[in-house]
Write a protein that binds this ligand. Structure first.
Ligand SMILES: NC(=O)c1ccc[n+]([C@@H]2O[C@H](COP(=O)([O-])OP(=O)(O)OC[C@H]3O[C@@H](n4cnc5c(N)ncnc54)[C@H](O)[C@@H]3O)[C@@H](O)[C@H]2O)c1
Length: 331
């Protein structure tokens, strides 16, 4: 039984607590949060204790920690947790600074302790089936990847101001998805972006609508489209054209009823947002972490994957700022 300390009892910490406590191979031992009532409420729900992050990291009875705190704490907590000998699953992104994330990567490498980064979409049943079909060469050589990722509505402006921006906070999932499906990083990143949904997002220095093109050394191309507003729900689709065919992963819908009448053919909307769409993915992600931590095998998503996606976000940001393509080797 893997004894787990959860750091951060906010929005995503609460999702992870359910999976930690619900898994037959793990138990939620302790919860920490700088906002103590949040830690207490979550600990009470699952019969865990409340402790500081330091106390959790120095507790010899705790085997693993899940870091679900605010982004600006991730790199410090990853370093402290691996130095304390814990197995670590940390939410994305590793940091908002690529330089800080790379320093963390180097520090952790010297401990030899595995760190898994929370790119939960790799565990979505649709996207993992698509990737498995690519790996099995079912459509031949991949040539053109298209990732659509639209949120239903923009986050509060206060969140936008501290989020690190659309490329590092939101599109980072899509950069990792491109790496997952294409099996390697691109050589070049080009971005165009605007704040057409809400000019206040632009005034805060961010964008809400963006298209990024990734080009690969062998001529393959990927296109990522992000928007902070899709009025019909959470739009999460992937399409890959290969030399022998096409793969498409469609949206999950609220239900499967299709109504056909003289007025036309209609169906349900996509599920509302990530908590509805990706619940099975978070559970599968946790199962994969438990399996790796117990067997001592390499986790399926690494700290290197986290840094690789952040480097693409940095390149996209620079491309948007300068208006030119940015070589990934230059960031
Ligand atoms: N993978 C995903 O789909 C996904 C979804 C949402 C959020 N996230 C990531 O998870 C992280 C948390 O996001 P959230 O939406 O849950 O935020 P949140 O603000 O709801 O929760 C973060 C919690 O961490 C606590 N905290 C901050 N610093 C701390 C520290 N040093 N020690 C202990 N607790 C601390 C805060 O008090 C807060 O309760 C972010 O990095 C975010 O990017 C990932």
């Amino acid at each position: 039984m893997l004894s787990v300390g959860l750091l951060g009892a906010g929005r995503i910490g609460q999702v992870h607590a359910v999976n930690i406590a619900g898994h037959t191979g793990s138990r939620l031992a302790a919860v920490s949060d700088v906002h103590e009532p949040a830690a207490q409420a979550l600990a009470d729900r699952f019969g865990a204790s409340v402790a500081t992050s330091d106390a959790i990291l120095s507790d010899p009875n705790i085997d693993a920690v899940l870091i679900a705190t605010s982004t600006d704490t991730h790199a410090d907590l990853i370093e402290a947790a691996t130095a304390a000998g814990k197995a670590v699953l940390c939410e994305k992104p590793v940091d908002l600074s690529l330089q800080r994330a790379r320093a963390c990567q180097a520090t952790v490498a010297s401990t030899g302790k595995p760190v898994m980064v929370g790119f939960n979409r790799r565990f979505d049943p649709n996207f993992s089936a698509l990737q498995a079909a690519v790996a099995a060469r079912e459509i031949g050589k991949p040539e053109l990847l298209s990732i659509t990722s639209f949120d239903p509505a923009p986050p509060p402006l206060a969140y936008v101001k501290v989020s690190g921006g659309l490329f590092r906070d939101m599109m980072i999932h899509d950069f990792d998805m491109a790496n997952f499906i294409m099996g390697q990083a691109p050589v070049c990143v080009s971005a165009i972006a605007s704040s057409i949904v809400d000019p206040q997002i632009g005034e805060a220095g961010d964008v809400d609508t963006a298209v990024v093109t990734l080009t690969y050394g062998d001529g393959r191309i990927a296109v990522i489209k992000n928007s902070r507003r899709a009025v019909y729900g959470y739009d999460q689709r992937v399409e890959l054209l290969g030399s022998d065919g096409l793969l498409q992963a469609q949206n999950m819908l609220e239900n499967t009823v299709v109504k056909s009448t003289t007025a036309g053919v209609t169906g349900a909307k996509p599920t509302y947002f990530f908590l509805e769409r990706y619940m099975p993915a978070y559970a599968a992600e946790w199962s994969a972490f438990v399996a790796a931590a117990k067997s001592g095998s390499t986790p399926p998503v690494s700290l290197d994957d986290g840094v690789a996606a952040l480097a693409m976000a940095e390149a996209a940001f620079q491309s948007w700022q300068t208006g030119g393509a940015v070589a990934l080797s230059a960031v």
